[in-house]
Design a protein around this ligand. Structure first.
Ligand code: FEO
Ligand code: CA
Ligand code: CA
Length: 702
């Protein structure tokens, strides 16, 4: 542990002030953006569905990322899928789908010795594991990039360097020998105080510093190579052909789907409404079976000013997305309009409509234009994770990370064709968007806000997927398809979707096909005039969050009904309001604020946290989610103070776990000169990607 003096944390809204400012533009200071009086679960009458037994998806078709197992002639063909496929009976094409042994349905036992909660200024892993930094903010990744110098930053340099605040990670195999891979990383946002020496205020930044921040947002693609025969990976030396930056300064995207080219997406700079520049606040994401990466545009609202002068007819929808419409400069504004006028809604009100989408990038085709899929709806996208349904349709599950917002799924119009990558690249361009309505099966009176289980012994029930838009047809009264996609939150309001405790990452299990959503926390639940508790959101002033497990009826991911339960209600196991699948709570690790979820190939659930409210650094946890070990949660890793744990990504050979250490040292009062963390290099804090492996070559977690 370093000997520096850490600034005293100043908590606001239950978490650090710097986090509140930079992460979400002080969202807690603003009214909850969902003002509707949708019924929430406690109010809902039975919708006539019967609770059915849990149904397993066809496990035989599950796919995992397989290093060295793919057999294709081109880089694109070598893309091995990392997303689960529930369809049985469709033999994967060569180069597409290493499957063997992926889906026994029996998870490998998690034998590692859990690490204790701690506040150390380093990454902690279990005994018997090593870890190393793979890449950090500012590392050169494109030809001509200068070595990073915190005192000599420029936008031109940052455009060629690894961006700030790495969040979602994917590690995709490249070639056939298991020695090369492509790392794809989101760069969600910037912490200007931790980037620029001498920083005073956002308003006082130079325009060039604003441009650096814009260049530090977006995504990166970096070729990696395996270190020897270990589970360690590092940037490939001397190879840049696949390396790429997607930034807010200059990267053109293409809109697809029903809203592409619509009036709501047209601007002075893009009168066709088809070519937005940049991707913004990219949080989590997913990997498709055809080897592309999806990324969610999340808290885009905080980058816009001038909402007070936006057209009156747009103000309600702007406000529903958290954009301040009563003042020119909302709190937390980054003043990007000083570098590019498009961030001033008084002049370019439609620019805000061009963010909040799911983007798809193809790391195997360095020249390809990334896309934003309007058919998947616009909200504060945490991410999207795909499963191929038994029918062959592709289904993406998506959370809208806001207090009292919704869970969505998208079902493609066309079917997945194994081996036909050109076809599969079009699957997310057309389909049907649904929003979730979640109903408890216990009497509302038994959900008392304390977390006490109802008399049937479970927070559980049934649910429905309510159709919003299919193709060009809207199912929302009074809204066109374009309106319902661009204002998906308003569409969800109109149909009575269930207000959840901040849905973050949502991921299907590659083994069972069940869907797991991290509901990270909601300190406003049942507080004041905010909505009360319900069976899926059962705790008042929920500080620690819960995991929502969804089982599609009949194992049909394209269907419209499901059952659900809460397998984990997070917090200190000694706290009676917590629940760990019925497992002996004296044997589980404390966990708070689940954010990103992932699976290893045998179906163990890995959970990364953001905002631990139990006095420890954030970390990564793992648990079996089926069988007698369900709920036996163990802490695998912690990150430095102020950081959240992102990713995570477990490689298909299960020899490596990647995590993104985002915003280390994000503690109020910290600066470059007076850091709250000196990780990873001992000088000042830098976001970085870390890989963990076993020096004995063993399988991670076992
Ligand atoms: Fe960027 Fe929902 O966390
Ligand atoms: Ca119940
Ligand atoms: Ca997140």
């Amino acid at each position: 542990m370093s000997g520096h003096r850490r600034p005293l944390p100043v908590l606001s809204h239950g978490r650090d002030q710097m986090t509140c400012l930079y992460r979400c533009g002080n969202a807690c200071d603003h009214p909850v953006p969902n003002p509707t009086d949708n019924p929430y679960l406690g109010d809902l009458l039975s919708d006539g569905l019967t609770r059915r037994g849990l149904v397993r998806a066809g496990a035989a078709g599950a796919l995992v990322l397989g290093f060295g197992a793919a057999a294709g002639a081109t880089p694109a063909a070598a893309a091995a899928p990392a997303a689960p496929v529930a369809s049985a009976g469709k033999a994967p094409a060569a180069g597409e789908a290493p499957v063997a042994g992926a889906a026994s349905g029996r998870a490998a036992a998690l034998g590692f010795k859990p690490i204790p909660p701690n506040e150390l200024d380093t990454v902690i892993v279990p005994n018997g594991y090593d870890h190393a930094v793979v890449i950090r903010w500012g590392d050169p990744i494109l030809p001509g990039a200068p070595a990073f110098d915190v005192h000599r930053q420029s936008a031109e340099a940052q455009l060629r360097q690894f961006g700030f605040n790495n969040d979602f990670l994917a590690v995709l195999p490249l070639g056939h020998d298991g020695r090369r891979a492509l790392l794809v990383s989101n760069h969600e946002y910037t912490n200007e105080e931790l980037m620029f020496p001498g920083f005073t205020t956002l308003e006082a930044m130079t325009v060039e510093q604003v441009r650096v921040a814009m260049a530090a947002h977006g995504m990166s693609v970096v070729e990696l190579e395996r270190a020897g025969h270990t589970g360690q990976w590092r940037p490939a030396r001397g190879r840049h052909a696949y390396n790429r930056r997607f930034t807010m300064l200059e990267t053109p995207f293409r809109f697809t789907g029903p809203a592409a080219g619509s009036a709501l997406l047209r601007t002075a700079a893009d009168p066709a409404g088809t070519t937005p520049i940049g991707t913004l606040n990219n949080c989590s994401g997913g990997v498709t079976p055809w080897g592309t990466v999806l990324s969610g545009e999340e808290n885009f609202n905080q980058y816009f000013v001038g909402g007070d002068q936006a057209p009156a007819e747009l103000k309600p929808s702007l406000a529903r997305y958290g954009i301040t419409t009563t003042a020119r400069y909302p709190g937390g504004s980054r003043r990007w309009e000083r570098a590019q006028e498009r961030f001033d809604l008084a002049k370019h009100p439609n620019e805000a409509h061009r963010f909040g989408w799911i983007v798809e990038v193809d790391p195997y085709e360095p020249g390809s234009r990334p896309r934003k899929h309007t058919a998947m709806g616009r909200f504060k996208h945490e991410g999207a994770n795909v499963i191929v349904a038994k029918s062959g349709h592709v289904v993406a599950y998506m959370g809208d990370d806001e207090r009292f917002d919704y869970l969505y799924k998208f079902v493609s119009k066309k079917r997945y064709r194994p081996g036909d990558r050109r076809h599969n690249l079009t699957l997310l361009e057309s389909g049907t968007l649904y929003v979730a309505k979640v109903t408890g099966d216990s009497p509302a009176a038994e959900i008392d806000g304390t977390g006490k289980l109802p008399s049937d012994g479970a927070f559980d029930g049934t649910g429905r997927w309510i159709k919003l838009v299919s193709g060009d047809r809207s199912y929302v009264p009074g809204m066109s398809a374009v309106d319902a996609l661009t204002y998906a939150r308003l569409a969800g309001d109109a149909v009575g979707a269930t207000k959840l405790d901040r849905p973050e990452d949502v991921q299907p299990s590659p083994v069972t096909g069940k869907i797991y959503a991290a509901l990270t926390n909601n300190s406003n639940r049942a507080v004041g005039t905010n909505p009360g508790v319900d069976e899926a959101n059962p705790r008042r002033a929920n500080r620690h969050g819960q995991i929502l497990e969804i089982t599609e009826d009949g194992g049909d991911h394209t269907g419209e009904s499901f059952t659900w339960s809460l397998p984990i209600v997070c917090g200190d196991p000694a706290d009676s309001s917590t629940y760990f699948g019925g497992y002996d709570k004296s044997a589980v690790s404390p966990i708070s604020c689940p954010d990103n979820v992932a699976f290893d190939r045998t179906g163990n659930l890995w959970i990364a946290t953001d905002g631990n409210a139990l006095g420890s650094n954030d970390g990564l946890f793992a648990t079996a989610i089926e069988g007698p070990e369900r709920g036996h949660l163990k802490q695998f890793l912690t990150v430095p103070p102020g950081a959240e744990t992102c990713g995570p990504f477990i490689t298909g050979d299960e020899r490596s776990v990647f995590v993104a250490v985002q915003h280390p040292g994000e503690i109020t009062g910290a600066t470059v000169e007076n850091p709250a963390s000196t990780w990873p290099d001992g000088d000042f804090a830098k976001p970085a990607v870390v890989v963990t492996w076993r020096p004995d070559g063993g399988v991670i977690g076992t």
